[in-house]
Design a protein around this ligand. Sequence first.
Ligand code: SER
Length: 372
Amino acid sequence: MQHMTTAQIRQQFLDFFASKQHQVVPSSSLIPGNDATLLFNNAGMVQFKDVFLGAESRPYTRATSSQRCVRAGGKHNDLENVGYTARHHTFFEMLGNFSFGDYFKQDAIKFAWQFLTEEVKLPKEKLLVTIYHDDEEAFNYWSNDIGLPADRIIRIATADNFWSMGDTGPCGPCSEIFYDHGEHIWGGPPGSPEEDGDRFIEIWNLVFMQYNRQNDGTMLPLPKQSVDTGMGLERIAAILQGVHSNYEIDLFKGLIAAAASVTNAQDMDDKSLRVVADHIRSCAFLISDGVMPSNEGRGYVLRRIIRRAVRHGNKLGAQGAFFYKLVAALIEQMGQAYPELAKQQEIIEKVLRIEEEQFGKTLERGFAILEE
Ligand code: SER
C-alpha cells in the first residue's frame, strides 16, 4: 500500500482515468446550474445529469472528475452525523469516472478494481463488495473476471444498492466497494445488523445508470446504459495514510490544529474540533460559490451550519468570533486544488465574521431575557 497525501491521490485518480481515455472535467459549482430539484451539488454525476438523460451531448463519452459536494440538506443529508462518525462530512470531494453510453458494468468494475489494487495497491483481501440483489451480471463480473469469492459479494435488496439522484432523475442498481478497517473496530459487513459501525467502510459506489425515475415513481429506461461512480476522497485517503478516521488525514490534521488554536481547545480528541474543521469547508466553499446566509433555502442551510460551528467552537472555549479565522488554514490545505478559494478569501472571511457576530448578539439577547 502506498502512503499518499490527499492531493496526490486526487491527481493519481484523474491521471489513471485520463490514461483510460476519460476527459478530465473540473468540479462544477456547489449550486447546481440547471436543476431546481436539488439544493446542493451532492455527487459527481450532477453536472452530467442531462447527458445521462440524453438531453445534452458532449464531445466525449468518458469523463472523470473530483467534484466538491455538500450533503447538508435535501435527500442526501449527513449534517447530524458529522463529528460523531469517522466518515461523514457536510463537505467532501467525490472522485468519479463516468461513461455516457460507452462502457457499462464490466469495465466499470474492472477499472475500479485495477485502480484500487494495482495503482494504489490496496490488499485485495481487505476488499468486499455489494451488488443489487438480483444483479446477476454484476455478480458474474466480480466473481469470474475479478475472482472475488462468493462470500465477499454481498447481495443487498434495499435502496442502499439502488442509487437515485433524487425523487426524480437518473438512477440504477449499484455495486459498492467496502474496505475492512479491521477487527479492532466495531461494525459488521454491509447488510448485517452492525453495518452502521465504522469497521467496514464504503469507499466507492459504482452506479449502473439505466432508468429515469418519474414524478409518479415509474422508471423509464435511459436512452443509453451509462456509468456513474463516486469514491470519497477523504475515505480513500484515510486508508492510504494508514488511519481509520477521515479526520486523521493530512488535510484534516491541519484544519483541526487550526481549529484548536482559534478556539483555545484543550482536548485534541474533542469531537467538536472535528465539527468545526468539517464545517469550515462547507461554509467557505458555499460562500465562494455564491451562497449567502439567509432565512430560506440554501442560505438557511449555510446559516445553520455556521451556527452549529459557532456553538461547537464556544463549547471548546472560543471567545468572540473565531470561525472566519479558519479560512486561511483551509486555503493552506486546499487552495492549490481550488484557486478560487484564495481569490475570495477576504469576502469569505467577511461574510463569516458578520454572521458570527450577529449570532453572538442574538445569543446574548437570549441569555439576557432568560436571566430577567
Ligand atoms: N452517484 C453515486 C453516489 O453519489 C456515485 O457517484 O454515490
